[in-house]
Design a protein. Structure first.
Ligand code: PAF
Length: 289
């Protein structure tokens, strides 16, 4: 077990910045990486932290359940939290600092200005989660401004989020690079997610069909040359409808660079993304090829 005492935990933006400045870190420092998270860390987050640590000597992990990105009927209150375990994951994966601010510190009740994510946010998850990506962009922009890293690391499981954040960095001239890390999966293929803990045993058993369907569609496209995007989506839908009680939110084949829907697969720039509700738990996953 790695000693969690080796990690510096900062409870405010001022404390974090003071610590970085005291150690000689300047704004947007070449030696500094940020891994933004909402906590309840699992092996997927550990992969993000390990990636950051392989690239930069100082790695800040932010842990903040961001109220701005939850809709009124979503799971903000019941979102799982476990700081002690999170610190252990951070230490083992090579983080040097944890930024764990108070809710009122980052999102005071009088907050008014937001980052408007534009058209990319009107697709896929944006259709059923209005305001979600606005909340993500606003908080991530704040985290960028507080930490001022030269590298930020995000997972490909939230592919739409990463694509929107890359656009934000470009459009707002934020002087850092975003790097994406591949989805980490359970042995049977289910993508790791903090929300998997909500699933009943039965739902958990069914949920694997999401990744099975996506994999089968990718195989059909890559090894058998199926290029009809609608056929590929049908394969995923069939797998879910035939084997689960899950309710499909969407299954879509889109261009990876702008999330526009495809009729024909575009090799190297295609993503099939899906969101399925199992009871009240909404799972997302994707394949890219
Ligand atoms: O992916 C997440 O956990 C969150 O959306 C993020 C990027 C930490 C912003 O709150």
């Amino acid at each position: 077990m790695t000693d969690v005492d080796s990690i510096k935990v900062h409870r405010s933006a001022e404390a974090l910045r003071a610590s970085l400045r005291a150690d000689g870190y300047v704004g947007w420092d070449e030696r500094l990486a940020l891994v933004p998270t909402m906590g309840f860390l699992h092996a997927g987050h550990a992969a993000l932290i390990r990636h950051a640590a392989s690239r930069k000597p100082r790695v800040v992990v932010s842990i903040f359940v961001n109220p701005l990105q939850f809709g009124p009927n979503e799971d903000l209150e019941r979102y799982p939290r476990d700081l002690e375990h999170d610190l252990q994951v951070c230490a083992e994966a090579g983080a040097t600092d944890v930024f764990y601010p108070e809710v009122a510190d980052l999102t005071p009740s009088d907050i008014e200005i937001a980052v408007e994510p534009g058209r990319l946010a009107n697709r896929l998850c944006g259709l059923t989660r209005p305001g979600h990506f606005r909340g993500v962009c606003t908080i991530v922009n704040k985290l960028f401004n507080i930490v001022e890293p030269s590298l930020a690391v995000f997972g490909w499981k939230d592919a739409q989020q990463q694509i929107i954040l890359r656009k934000m960095v470009k459009d707002l001239n934020i002087p850092l690079t975003i790097e994406g890390v591949e989805i980490v999966r359970e042995a049977d293929g289910l993508a790791l997610s903090s929300r998997n803990t909500y699933l009943t045993a039965e739902q958990r058993a069914e949920a694997v069909n999401l990744s099975l369907g996506l994999n089968e569609a990718r195989e059909l496209a890559v090894t058998e040359g199926e290029s009809d995007a609608h056929q590929l989506c049908d394969v995923v839908c069939g797998m879910i409808e035939d084997n689960t009680s899950g309710v499909i939110d969407y299954v879509k084949c889109v261009r990876l660079d702008n999330l526009e829907e495809l009729d024909e697969v575009e090799p190297g720039n295609t993503m099939i993304a899906a969101a399925v509700r199992f009871g009240t738990t909404r799972l997302i996953d994707n394949v890219r090829f």
